[in-house]
Design a protein around this ligand. Structure first.
Ligand code: BG6
Length: 427
């Protein structure tokens, strides 16, 4: 890989923020043995926070450079331009709230137009469809499409990719994932963490833009997505699935945890449908929220109930089959099957879970940001969104944003808010 032999400089806008500190910097440092890492420029306003970062990663403190940065000041960009090396490959990372993307992209385009560069833009890609369109336009003025990486880190998770590997290469599953046998799909991303130090960002986005619009909608679409005829058609088929998605805005339930001082909702539950002949009528129930009892991220595919004849024969209705892709805490696929019970043959069956842990197959599982950053350096855009995808995601989500809904309150640390209990069973 010739790209990997180049000297690399990371320039992180929003470098002192939570994302940078908790995910990006650790991922970059993990890549240290694979790439020739020259410097990590931490752009921000707060030198104290920078010193904390240096302290946290003290074994690598010589790699970090603090650059005082104000997005709206042109001098900031000129200053960065004068500091950066001439020969290196530059990775500009926009780890800032979406309302700053436009300004930063324009100024990077004007003042930091180095020949060898990549620009990574965090999700959500803008705050609305119109905003995303504007951003895509600006990008096309200043950058080559190959230089732009619109990231959604869920696509970098091996277990998310496994949804496709699993369903496309197991005949018994690819043939049954459809409306004839699937009763409903639950996509849940419950989190233990609250908004914490991200209030300024979070108040601008809220749970719909932070999780539903991107991670959750993409995860759901992967379940529905059809087999791409060639690897190059991955995004074509992903888009086909996304275009068929439709949120049932009436079903939206919003919540906010009691101790949160802000206004933005921190919990959302909503139904999603796909107008796809194999999935019409199958409800997808999406639920995500913060400050809950434990972190749990899963896609649960509930199969239909068994026909009456089986009940007559066995004297009971066997448990329904359930296929679960768990992303957290375990990274495993499990399938609930029914087998003979101690009562014997042709009697009520027992249900057990078959489990496959990704660890058994992959050994150590790389963090999404680590492998995605390596893709950025290599220039491999397979797992990044293109302009049209970012716009479809907004198109699909805008009806939810327009819906005026009361925001209910839930107690901190509950497993799931009471008002959502009836809709979610896969906990
Ligand atoms: C981020 C959101 O994109 O995803 C966060 O901004 C959220 O609010 C995070 O906590 C969850 O990601 P993961 O990988 O921990 O499931």
């Amino acid at each position: 890989d010739t790209e990997l032999r180049k000297r690399i400089e990371f320039i992180i806008f929003g470098g002192t923020g939570d994302l940078s500190r908790n995910k990006l910097i650790p991922a970059i440092l993990k890549l240290k043995d694979k790439i020739d890492l020259k410097k990590i420029y931490i752009l921000g306003r707060n030198r104290k926070k920078f010193e904390e970062i240096k302290e946290k990663f003290k074994d690598f403190s010589e790699l970090f450079v603090f650059v005082e940065f104000l997005a709206e000041r042109e001098e900031s960009y000129k200053n960065i331009s004068s500091i950066l090396g001439k020969e290196s490959l530059k990775v500009f990372y926009l780890a800032v709230p979406p309302d700053l993307f436009k300004e930063i992209l324009e100024n990077v385009g004007k003042y930091l137009n180095f020949p060898e560069k990549r620009i990574v833009i965090e999700k959500p890609f803008g705050l609305s469809l119109k905003h995303a369109k504007d951003l895509n336009k600006i990008i096309s003025v200043y950058f080559k499409e190959e230089e732009i990486f619109r990231i959604d880190h869920y696509l970098g998770k091996p277990q998310v990719q496994n949804i496709l590997a699993f369903k496309f290469s197991n005949y018994v599953f690819s043939e049954v994932l459809n409306k004839c046998l699937v009763e409903k799909v639950e996509v849940i991303a419950l989190e233990e963490v609250g908004v914490e130090g991200r209030k300024a960002y979070y108040e601008k986005v809220g749970v719909i833009r932070d999780m539903l619009q991107n991670h959750m909608l993409l995860l759901s679409s992967l379940i529905v997505m059809r087999l791409p005829p060639r690897a190059e058609d991955f995004h074509f088929e992903l888009k086909n699935a996304l275009k068929r998605a439709e949120f049932e805005s009436e079903s939206l339930i919003l919540g906010k945890y009691k101790s949160y001082q802000g206004k933005a909702p921190t919990f959302a539950l909503v139904k999603l449908h796909f107008d796809d002949e194999r999935f019409t009528g199958v409800p997808f129930v999406l639920a995500t929220g913060k400050k809950l009892k434990k972190k749990l991220t899963r896609v649960c595919i509930h199969f239909k109930n068994f026909p009456k004849e089986i009940e007559r024969l066995l004297g009971c209705v066997p448990e329904r089959n359930l296929l679960v892709f768990e992303l957290y805490p375990e990274q495993e696929v499990s399938f609930r099957v029914n087998v003979i019970s101690p009562l014997g043959f042709l009697r009520c069956t027992e249900s057990i879970n078959w489990r496959v842990s990704l660890k058994d197959v992959l050994g150590e599982i790389p963090e999404a940001y680590e492998s995605l950053l390596l893709d950025v350096i290599r220039g491999d855009k397979t797992l990044f969104l293109d302009a049209e995808e970012t716009e479809i995601l907004w198109e699909k989500t805008e009806p939810l944003l327009k819906k005026e809904k009361e925001v209910l309150t839930y107690d901190d640390r509950v497993l799931i808010p009471e008002f959502a209990e009836d809709f979610i069973s896969c906990l």
